[in-house]
Design a protein around this ligand. Structure first.
Ligand code: PEP
Length: 253
């Protein structure tokens, strides 16, 4: 049975006070309204990780995640945050390879493989993102590209390590654009990813949670999450509003 996960990627939004209000609203709504075994992860900006974690206390349903990490362990890397630092704060998840990191910060598959290794070595769960830009989708080579992204950053892992990774398929043309993949497009790509994992790792591919991301909203979440190979979502804009985000979470629970 694969773990269902709905993660909110807050990106570079909210003041500390706003973040705290959103968290307290979510704690109440999730406790009152969300049934079933779904994990909720709040991927906050770095400075809010620890205060939000403290606010959540021992909340069994909601935890926190970072949006990125350094590929280095420590040292003279001004402005960076290591996985060891995240571990020391008890942060369980980290997003690796979000398309905005690939696009704006030039992160490539090899670098992301190192970040995945660092996260796993410190016991954090990487949420590894893959997905094609619009021009690749239009050329029809999206399956090839996404398989390559998965291969470059994950295929060096042992089967045991791979089972600790969560994958998020996020078509770049659907991120922050209001343009969602259809449930058929999402299912097709999730199935391609799972089969590709199975070609190397066999049956354990069935245990890997693959999340969909790209303009997930309250009104399309249920349909997307009902696809056989979609195990939850990575949600950007819509995770910034408590009511909308909880309705999305309820779409899988
Ligand atoms: C994201 O940032 O990962 C994302 C999917 O954003 P949005 O939901 O706003 O498209």
């Amino acid at each position: 049975m694969r773990q269902k996960i709905v993660a909110g990627n807050w990106k570079m939004n909210k003041t500390l006070e706003e973040a705290s209000i959103l968290t307290s609203e979510l704690m109440g709504m999730v406790a009152d309204e969300v049934k079933g075994n779904v994990k909720v992860v709040l991927c906050t900006p770095f400075p809010y990780l620890y205060p939000i974690k403290q606010q959540l206390g021992g909340n069994a349903r909601i935890s926190v995640g970072a949006q990125n990490c350094s590929e280095h362990d420590s040292g003279a890397y001004t402005g960076e945050t290591s996985v060891g630092m995240l571990k020391s704060m008890g942060i369980p998840y980290v997003i690796i390879g979000h398309s905005e990191r690939r696009q704006y910060f030039g992160e490539d598959g090899k670098l992301l493989a190192t970040k995945v290794d660092k996260a796993l070595a410190q016991g954090l769960t990487p949420i590894f993102c893959c997905g094609e830009p619009l021009e690749i989708r239009e050329k029809g080579t999206h399956e090839q590209l996404v398989k390559q992204q998965v291969e470059e950053s994950l295929f060096h892992l042992s089967a045991e390590a791979l089972q600790k990774v969560v994958i998020a398929y996020e078509p770049v043309w659907a991120i922050g654009t209001g343009k969602t993949a259809t449930s058929q497009q999402a299912q097709d790509m999730h199935s391609v990813i799972r089969k590709h994992l199975a070609s190397k790792y066999g049956a354990i591919a069935e245990n890997i949670s693959i999340l969909y991301g790209g303009s997930v909203k309250a009104d399309n979440a249920k349909e997307l999450f009902s696809c056989a190979d979609v195990d939850g979502g990575l949600v950007g804009g819509a995770s910034l509003k408590s009511r909308e985000f909880v309705e999305i979470i309820k779409g899988i629970s």
